[in-house]
Design a binder for this molecule. Structure first.
Ligand code: PHE
Ligand code: ZN
Length: 884
């Protein structure tokens, strides 16, 4: 909680640390009321710091300081002072051993940062600045130290005691307690420290590395979850192999542990050799976990594993460089997932997240570059911008360099900086040095916020047989950045002729030829306006633009419906095919809005319906692609298109259009549904996932008709499915219908799964996302359900987060009750868990997008939160910036 106005930290103020900590010895005595932490820090003045006589300033929060000693001599109270988060020792030798004893209270720690208890076990979360809640330290990522950790605890309650690195000693003590000692040979910043103590069981396996070393792999979970570890273990081994093959990176210790905990603010954490995971990102089995859940486990396990190189061996100099490890690691995990499943589906999913959440962030009050230049609370900068846009920036480097030069660049980066804490600039320098590609202008992606807009038009000159693309770029102002320099944008293009892609011959040199047959190119867009002329074009082509979503921009090209239909039917680029379907869908929604406003029936365009019909009927197409193309642009995406956003009008027009499509295509939908039913035993592979996704898309459309036969399908699917994907899809369809059976379905679902918290979270979420009127009251009722617990972030996300973030029509109720509800919850969570409070608050910060009446109500809630006493720095930063 803040004392005064929290202060802003600037990248430009960065200074190297005045002191270094070569080795860190920690001893934990874990107790039922409180725990004791004794640290021995081998400190010396940093020769690079050049600040002679500087005081030693350590970070610490909410610690009870018991004693301090330097080289064995206990310090008196006059030799140190404390203010805010700082402990200052004015007079210290060149090099010395600092001994410090603190008492902490993990049992009372509800922020889930530092050392805390979750379902009876002790665990830690130190990124970004949680270590200072454990003991006084130089809690900054450029201070790297070799850690030895001794853990003492009751042997019955906490039979498993884990920390980073290798187990070097165990001891049974006489008083029913026991002790383990761990040593991590790799110097690391404190944010990668971890400790776990609890009653845990484990699944073991092993992995032989490319150099023939055997690594012991263990996943620690509660006993009841032992049957849900196979997928995470298989994913881990796939990730280890993939990182060897694709990046040449071998694992560097003989053990790798994963621990699952119930109460966790984020997805998972890459602590050196002791990854700690939210149960939702590690546990999976077909009966309890959806396809999306399986994919999330695979992706997060890989992400945390990949951090061992991109994050741990080479770490960040300061937290402004967060995207150095996160952007790169997200790029790595998304390429991994693409390789494990369907690359196009993965790409479309990533683009969808970017175009909704990230574009919204970039257009809102918290907009920041992937390398921010200031912050109040670093926890607020674990964002879709730093992660997902950061990954897009790395992907663009990959596109500009090509795969081989990119690999040389990553090899050079790891070789140059192994064991160091570095900057985004160091990453770019390595990429430039290895490839010879000049990335000077490209660096604007690191320093400028906002989503660039590319406006493109095409001119065909039949006489010259040439086709010219005229490209102009612009980028809206963002907080603190009123005008922007042009970006270096890789624009991947092809030209479609009647008989396929045309060979590309560009006048001038500004492109990298990509495809072997010369029909795809990456244009280097670097100017505000620029033209690219292709010669030898003997027919009017349809341009296929931004292939693979080659840059995180908004593209504008005035396609005709016929051109879009052609792209949707025949483009060889999966992303562009899907995007054409979305542009057609958008046009339909715009017409539906006008029809509804004029009191007319919504009637989809015949050619659009015909295209959907073809998609449904062609069994040879990839089911997942078909499912994605049949879905209209989401309300979240539409909220980025319309200004202002009339949530209710958009919702009702979109629903009316969906119903019209379902009515027109019911036979095809039913055929498609039946074709996709299968009795094959469940597998989370691309083919089956595609089939289920298409089947459940068809079911959702059919259920809009809400007739007896559709209800029967959904009911039968709900009752007979053996996997959670199909069961939950059926439940979701029922809950959003008027079927009387839905109450019974919800009840029996609860009865069957009440002992599986992750399944109950899905049950909460389905109800929180129900589009029908009355969802707010349902959610409020569920907050009193015995299975709900506001201390558990997964439950908060499932119920409050899903309602406020993904149920537009109910959250934006005209009476403002949705906004008030969120305001109330943020105020409660601000006290117990500020990180969760400030994340939950995001939908309110977007108030400027909506109609005046909504704006006023949303603002009032923000004002009410701002007026709260004891606002955390997390919530303060988000609320105050969004009101500016
Ligand atoms: N570093 C973690 C990841 O991206 C995320 C995280 C951040 C987890 C902060 C906890 C706290 O993998
Ligand atoms: Zn990460």
């Amino acid at each position: 909680m803040r004392d005064a106005q929290p202060s802003t930290i600037y990248l430009s103020d960065y200074q190297v640390p005045a002191y270094l900590i070569d080795t860190t010895e920690l001893a934990f005595e874990l107790g039922e009321d409180s725990s004791l932490v004794t640290s021995l820090l081998h400190i010396r003045r940093n020769p690079a710091a050049n600040q002679l006589g500087a005081a030693l300033v350590l970070h610490g929060t909410e610690l009870e300081l018991l004693s301090l000693a330097i080289d064995g001599r206990v310090l008196t109270a006059s030799e140190w002072s404390q203010s805010g988060e700082q402990l200052v020792i004015a007079d210290v030798p060149e090099a010395f051993v600092l001994r410090c004893e603190t008492r902490i209270r993990p049992q009372e720690n509800t922020s889930l940062e530092g050392l805390y208890k979750s379902s009876g076990m002790f665990c830690t979360q130190c990124e970004a600045e949680g270590f200072r809640k454990i003991t006084y330290y130089l809690d900054r990522p450029d201070v790297m130290s070799v850690f030895t950790v001794e853990i003492t605890a009751d042997a019955q309650r906490y039979p498993v005691l884990l920390s980073n690195g290798n187990l070097v000693a165990t001891e049974t003590l006489t008083d029913g307690r026991h002790k383990t000692v761990w040593q991590d040979p790799f110097p690391k910043p404190a944010y990668l420290f971890a400790l776990v103590a609890g009653k845990l069981s484990c699944v073991s396996d092993s992995f032989r590395t490319m150099n023939g070393r055997d690594v012991d792999l263990k996943i620690y979970v509660e006993d009841k979850d032992l049957d849900k570890c196979d997928h995470a273990m298989a994913s881990l081994k796939n990730a280890m192999r993939w990182d060897e093959e694709v990046y040449g990176r071998e694992y560097d210790l003989d053990i790798f542990n994963i621990v699952a905990v119930d109460d966790f603010n984020m997805g998972a954490m890459e602590n050196k050799s002791l990854n700690i995971f939210n149960t939702s990102c590690v546990l999976a089995k077909p009966e309890t976990t959806t396809d999306a859940g399986f994919q999330r486990v695979e992706g997060v396990v890989a992400h945390e594993y990949f951090h061992n190189w991109s994050g741990n061996r080479v770490t960040c100099r300061d937290w402004f460089q967060l995207s150095l490890k996160e952007g790169f690691t997200v790029f790595r995990d998304s390429e991994f997932s693409a390789d494990m499943g369907s690359p196009t589906v993965k790409r479309v999913e990533d683009v969808t997240l970017l175009r909704t959440a990230q574009f919204a962030e970039d257009a809102g009050p918290m907009a920041h570059p992937i390398r921010p230049d200031s912050f109040i609370e670093i926890s607020n900068f674990y964002t879709v911008t730093v992660y997902e846009k950061g990954a897009e920036v790395v992907r663009m480097i990959h596109t500009l360099l090509g795969p081989d030069a990119f690999r040389k660049g990553s090899d050079l980066y790891f070789e140059r900086h192994d064991g160091q804490a570095v900057t985004c600039e160091d990453f770019v320098l390595a990429m430039e040095a290895a490839s010879g590609v000049d990335l000077s202008q490209f660096r604007n992606w690191y320093s400028q916020a906002g989503t660039p807009k590319l406006s493109v038009s095409g001119d065909y000159d039949a006489e010259q047989q040439s086709y010219t693309l005229n490209v102009s770029q612009s980028c809206p102002a963002t907080p603190g950045q009123s005008s922007k320099a042009p970006f270096h944008i890789p624009l991947k293009v092809a030209l479609l002729g009647e008989a396929g892609q045309l060979p590309l011959q560009l006048l001038g040199e500004s492109a990298n030829v990509e495809s072997a047959d010369n029909t795809e190119m990456v244009l280097n867009v670097t100017e505000q306006t620029q033209s690219f002329t292709f010669t030898g074009i003997n027919e009017l082509p349809v341009p296929s633009l931004l292939r693979g979503f080659s840059a995180p921009v908004k593209l504008d090209f005035d396609y005709s419906r016929e051109q879009l239909l052609r792209l949707m039917r025949g483009d060889s680029d999966g992303f562009c095919r899907w995007d054409a379907s979305q542009q057609l869908g958008l046009a339909e929604i715009k017409r539906a809005l006008a029809d509804v406003a004029a009191g007319q029936n919504v009637a989809p365009d015949a050619a659009y319906l015909a295209a959907c019909r073809d998609l449904l009927s062609d069994g040879s197409l990839d089911g997942a692609m078909v499912a994605m193309m049949l879905q209209l642009p989401s309300e979240a995406y539409l909220a980025e298109i319309f200004h202002p956003v009339d949530v209710l009008a958009i919702h009702h027009a979109r629903e009316a259009l969906r119903l019209a499509i379902a009515t027109a295509l019911q036979l095809e939908l039913l055929d498609c549904y039946n074709r996709c039913c299968s009795d094959a035993p469940y597998a989370a592979d691309a083919e089956q996932i595609a089939q289920r996704s298409l089947k459940n898309t068809a079911l959702a459309y059919l259920m809009l008709l809400d007739n007896e036969s559709a209800r029967e399908l959904a009911t039968a699917q709900f009752e007979n499915s053996e996997n959670m994907t199909d069961r939950l899809a059926a439940l979701n369809a029922l809950v959003n219908s008027a079927a009387p059976y839905k109450a019974k379905a919800l009840q029996s679902f609860y009865q069957n799964w009440q002992h599986e918290p992750l399944v109950i979270n899905q049950w909460f979420q389905v109800q929180a996302m129900c589009r029908l009127p009355g969802s707010l009251e349902t959610v409020q009722g569920l907050m009193n359900h015995p299975a709900f617990d506001i201390r558990n972030p997964n439950k908060v996300r499932a119920l409050i987060g899903a309602f406020c973030g993904q149920n537009g029509v109910n959250f934006h109720r005209e009476d403002g009750a949705g906004y008030r509800f969120l305001g109330d919850q943020v105020i409660i969570l601000n006290r117990s868990n500020p990180q969760i409070a400030s994340r939950l608050l995001v939908p309110l910060t977007k108030w400027r997008k909506y109609l005046p009446a909504a704006q006023q109500l949303m603002c009032a809630e923000l004002q009410r939160i701002l007026a709260e006493p004891d606002l955390s720095s997390d919530v303060y930063e988000v609320v105050s910036k969004s009101l500016q």
